[in-house]
Each structure stands twice: as structure tokens, then as C-alpha cells.
Design a protein around this ligand. Sequence first.
Ligand code: PEP
Ligand code: MG
Length: 866
Amino acid sequence: MDIYSFSSEVFTQDEDVLDVLGYRGRRLMHLSSLGIPILPGFILTNDSLLAELDSPGTNNSAVQKSIKNMEDVVGKKFGDPDNPLLVKYVLSPQLNMIDTFSSLHNVGLCGSTIDGFASFVGEEFAYHEYRNMLRRVVTLDLEVETDVNRRKLLEKKIDSLKSCTNAEQTKSTLVELEGLYPQEIFADSWAQLEFIQVLYTKYLKESESINDSSLLVQAMTFGNYGKKSYFGSFFTRDIVNGENKLDGQYFLNSFDATSSDGKGIDTISKDIYKDLNSIARLLENHYKEIRQVKFTVEDGKLWVIDQQEADGKSTQAHIRTLLELNEMGVVKDEYLINDIQPTRLAEILHPVIDRKSAQNLPSSRGGISGSVGAAVGRVFFSTDELMKEYRIATQRGLESDFILIMKSTYAEDVKAIEVCKGVITIEGGYASHAPVVARSLGKVAMVKPELKLLKSSVKIGDITIKEGDYITMDVTSYDKPTIYFGKVDLIKPSIEESGILEYLNIVQKFIGDFDVHANADQPKDAQLARLFLADGIGLCRTEHMFFDEERIPLFRSLIITDDMSDRHKILDKLGQMQTSDFYNLFKIMEGHPVTIRLLDAPLHEFLPHTRDSMQEFVAFYRKDHPKVTEAEIRLRCDMMGEVNPMLGHRGIRVAISKPEVYAMQIRSIFEAIYKLKVEDGIDSRPEIMLPVVMSHREVKTVRFGKRIEGAEILGIRDIEEAVRQKYDIDALPYQVGTMIELPGAALNADKIARYADFFSFGTNDLTQTTNGISRDDFNSFFTDYNEYDLLERNPFKYLNGPVKELVQIAKERGRMVRPNMKMGLCGEHGAEPENVSFCMDTGLNYVSCSPYGIPIAKLAVAQYNL
Ligand code: PEP
Ligand code: MG
């Protein structure tokens, strides 16, 4: 048999049969099997359609039998002059694709049934439906007609039908139409059905879809069939926040979903609501996700027309659905892990835009996503202006939603990034300053090379944004970022209510022994990291601790002063600050490892970059050094400038040229852990990390110290001992490790491993030094490379071949010397699932990423392990 009926009573679950029903047929068969009050129908398979082509009428008796089933379920009769059953024809191809003739409604409506139908829905609606049905029939006919003259005639008739606006006009147009077709199709429902079925089959043959399509016939009901009738649609729960509550509208005695008098689904009659709710639960249990359902209530009886995946559901809503299904035992933990794409988790942790409110705003799509989320605010083009406005706003208790737009940012701009909602730079890329800082602070960031920075405005295409104008940034992990020119409503996340923490508890069960650490340097980052079950801090970038307004002038003074006693005074002050910074981090991390990377930023990055910040600094410095002239200060700053700062005076090189700076930091680390041990009994696990290491000699020197004539570098070992003696306490174990950020270091890994307890691959720098591309300037040519297919993906986001090879070589060589050496990756690549897989394949022990990346990396690890 090649015709299959479906209803909540009659269905098949035979996979071989389901395979030939097309995607719609298959879906309706599933729904029927769930016992949902689906509108009954039947499916003519592709074989039965081919048979129909060979000998017309072959299927007639099976079709009649199937319609009889439908009549029994719906309680109406096909062709009944008083209350006729009408049916629709719908294509059911194997794959979900668009076809102009995907459906034809109201088959059975003809001269003998229209008055009966009109007695329920009114004459105008009845003729409107009749007219539309006939127009579709003529159009379908046109598709298969080859005779030029008849085609012209058909086109004319379509136009006449189109121009009808009421029942009277329709009636007279019908008379014209009658000459073109057999009389019976206007008088007898069965004759009409047979005619349409043959026409549809011919169309399928002409359009070459007959070989992979079935034809579905389904009963129709109407939400405007009298007082106890409705039409509506709903999501099985709230698609934004996932609350388990139907979310939709219904229209009383109506058939028009666009009419403005829709009412909230929660106000529908209690009995119907109860039924809809059970249908919703059945569907969610079956499909394991939120669904969208279309229904009618015809004269008090509920029918489901169809249902489908809920378009536009948020990740939060999906996760909450899965968590509930998991609690009810419908889905296993493993299902939860595999059903979410890790990068989608970023959406839960940041505000997202409310798409409805963005609809009418001009926008510009494109650029590079730096840090995911949505932000609305007034724009400012410099840190100074933004900070000025920020102070005024906070003093006056005014709203302070700001967005910083700059060519590129430096250390002195971090304070503005900290207080603003989002940052846009014109230059740079995923691993350049603004995105890195924004990710660590949970701010939104993007790079938009198309922006043109003018004096007090920026231009993009025809649009000019002036200082103080509102814009909205929408940055996602799965699409290009968009700027909206105006204010869009945001949907703010609540980590506690989002379900992410419960979800992470499940993910944690599948993590195994691969760790995920946080790149964190502020207490709030560390707290967030713990909330997300981070195994420790894998990278505390200490240079970020000098960026605040109180510290940066002190640090600048340290860099430019050549008076040793002056330097020590400043270092004492900074040392106290650092001790308290580290103390707080160790306390929050309660014995989990904390990797503190000693200062790593090109020194000149700390110096003033704008006129205003230079003036402020000159005033600050001259307070304590009145004899030093402004010109002298400027000169000293200028002398620090470097041609290629990324390969310049940074990282461990500072430990050799200005050992007292690293000594201050090392002392502060041990002060912090021993103080914490004395005060709170916490056994901290410090890991001191040395950046931009080139050779084992540097590591040996910093770890064990070195004396030359007239000068000395104090080693970590000596400093620890001195601090411990001061506290008179037993030693706490600590580790000293290095970043591997240079190809030379990777190749020398065996030698370096003699002095380092662990390696952390700094793949931001390793990518730039291996490929010879700067993380800040790379985007000036990346798009061209991309266009010519020379570089498919951004190597600062996805580890590229040579970098991976160096990581593998370093791992091999390092472990030859220290077989169990701990190794991880802490560059911005760390939260990208495919990089996580690479690290796991290679045998590293952890990745470290920004706190907001932790859930993503954890999920990637769990998926790898499953
Ligand atoms: C790196 O280079 O990958 C790294 C983590 O260090 P930073 O980004 O601070 O240079
Ligand atoms: Mg680095």
C-alpha cells in the first residue's frame, strides 16, 4: 500500500515507511504517534504518485477510504452541503526546501458546499477562500500548460481573480472561469479533488520533484467557525528566558494571525490551556527542545495543525529546557553535553539585543568580534573625554552607559574600558589590546576597520556618529558583529537564573583530568572563575594591575626615574599594593593553583599617549621632582619609545635590566602567601611565571639569581627564603615556570625545562612570532589574504599549523627532561573548542582563558571526553 493515513488513532512507526513520507509526512506521523490531536490526513507516497501518472485514477479508492477516516475523526463529511469537510494538499519533500506550490488549501469548496461553509464563516470569508483556492489551481495549471494561447488565457484569469475584492465580484469571475475547466469541479467536491490531485501530480513531474516528494492531504479546520472557535500559535515555553510557561497568542473567532486583536495564550479557556500545556510537555519530551505549535479550536474542539522547531530561541531557554528534561529523566547527562554548541554559551553570560526593538534602526554589519555581548551607550572618542563624562555622570547620579571608539587602545585606556559598556577600535584584531582587556573585564569589544575617525566624529558609509550619540553593539560568536545607530533594548543575563551553573555541574562530571584555568587578575574575575568551577588561575597578567588611576602615574615615574633611592621608594609603595592584590587572589582561590606572571608589557606602553595624559603625568611627576623640567620628562618618555615594542623591552627582559621591579613582585607574592597562611591557615599554591623567555639562561638567572661585578640579580629562591624567615614559618611549595611564546623558546624547551617546573604556551605571541604577523596590525591585510584564499581563518583565534607544530615540539622536548611536566595554553585561543581538542590530543594538561570563556572551554573538554 502506498497511501498512509494518520491521526492520533491511526499511525505507523515503521522506519521503512517513515522513510518514504517526506519530512512533513514523517513529522505528522510522529505527532500522531504521540497521541496529539493532530488534524487527520493521509500521505500519497512518491510511488503512488508515479502510479497515478501511469494510469490516472489508480489511487481513487484508497483516497476515498482515507478521506472516510478523516471524516470519522473530524466529524464532518467531504462534500456535505451543510457542513463540508475541506482538505489541503501539502508537498512533503525528503528535504526541507522552498517550493512555490508547497500547499493548496480548501479543496472540496465548490458550488454545492460553499453555502454550508458560509453559514459558519460568513459569505465574504467563504468566497475569499474559494477565490484563493481557484487562483492557486489556475496558477498550477499555468505551470504545466505549454499551449501559448491557453497560457495567455490563464494569466488573464489569474489577474481577474486577483482583482476580486468581494463575494459578488468573485461569483461573476467564476462564470468566466467555468468555460476553461470541466463543469464538475465547480459543482462536486469529489470531482474537484480528483482533478486537483492529477494537476498537482503533473506539476510535480514538470518541476522534477516527483522523485523525491510525497503529497500530503490533511483535513482543515477553522478558527472562525463560530463563537467557540479560535486560532493561535505558541511556543512551548518562553523562548528568551526558558520559563516553563506557554508563550503565544490566540485570536477569537478569527483566522488571521496578523490581526491586532490577539490575546495572550494564558487568557484562553482553562480547559483548552490545560490541553495545550500537556501537548507542549509531550512535544518537549519528544523533541527535547522548545517547539512552536499552531492550533485551532473549531466549535470547542482543539486541533493541532502543525508544530516545528522554535526559531530564535535563546541558548538560555534551550539549556533550561534540557535541565528540566534531565531532571525528569527524559534526557541523560550525555545528551545535555552534546546538544549545546560550546560557543553558544557566551550568549548566556552577556546581554543580548532584543531583535524586535532593533528592526527599524539603520545598522552596519561586519568587522571582527573581539568580546561577545551587546552594549548600548553614548560614544566617546578618547579615554579623557569618556572619563570626564563618567565622573560628571556618577557625581550627579546620571546614567553612564558609554562606548569607547578609538583607533587603538593602550594601558592608559584600560580605565575607560573598565567603566564603559563596550569598546570599538578601528585597528587591531582578536588578540590585540582592546579585545584582550575587554574579554578579561567582561566588556563588549569589536574591531571595525571601515570606521573613519574624523575630528569629533566617526563616519561609516553615509552615517556620521558624533560624540554623545547613542549606538548599540551586537557582538556574537557565531556571526559578524553589528553596530546599530541608535538605542536597542537589551535583555540582561542573570547567571544565577540562567541555568548555566546547574549545567556546568553536569559538564563537570565529564571533565576528567584536563583542567580549565582562568586568565584573571582582578578579584571579581577570580570570583567568577570559581563560580564557573575553574581549576585555578592560569594567567594573572600583573601588568593589568598597574592600570588604575592611582597606580599608573607611580609606575610611569618608576620607568623614567634614574634615581635609585627614588625608584625604591616607588617600588615600596607598589609592592604593598601588589601584596594586597595577590593576597586577595590567593584568598579567593583557597589553595587552588594561581599562576602569577611577572610583569609583561613593553615598558613604553605605560607611558602617556595623549596630550592630556602627558600633561597630567608631568604635573604628577613634578610635584616630587620640581627641578625636572617638562621638556626633560617628555624627552625621557620619548626615549622609551620602541620601533617594534612587541619584540622589545618586555617580559623577562625587564627582570634583567631592572631586576628590582621583578624582585618587588616576587617579594609581594611570598608576602601574600605567608601572610594568608598565618592569618587564615590557607596553603596557597603559587606558580610564578616568566614571560617572553628566550633561553634557559634567563630562567636560571631569575630563578637562582646571579652576581656580577658591581651588580646582582636576586633570585626567586633567595627572595622566598628572606620572606619566609621574616614570617618564621614552614616553607609552602611553589613552582617557577615559563611562558613559551617564541619559536626559539619552543625549540629550546628541553634546556628550559631544566629550570622550569611548568610551561604555559602563550599562543598570542607565539602566533605573531612564528608567523611574523603582528597581533595589532594583522587585520590591515588579513581581509585581502582571506579574499585570495591565502589565509582562511584568523590564526589569532584558531591555532595554525606551524604554531601547533611548535607546541608539539616543545611538549616533546620538555617532557624528555621532565616526564610529568605540567603544560597548558593560556593565549586567547584557549576557549575555542577546536583549540581545546588540539591541546587534549597533544597531551597538555590545561587551557587557561578569560573567566567568561571557562564554561565554553569546559563544555569543549566534556564533549571531547564523551
Ligand atoms: C600570549 O602571548 O599568548 C599571552 C597569553 O600573553 P599576552 O597576551 O599577555 O601577551
Ligand atoms: Mg604574550
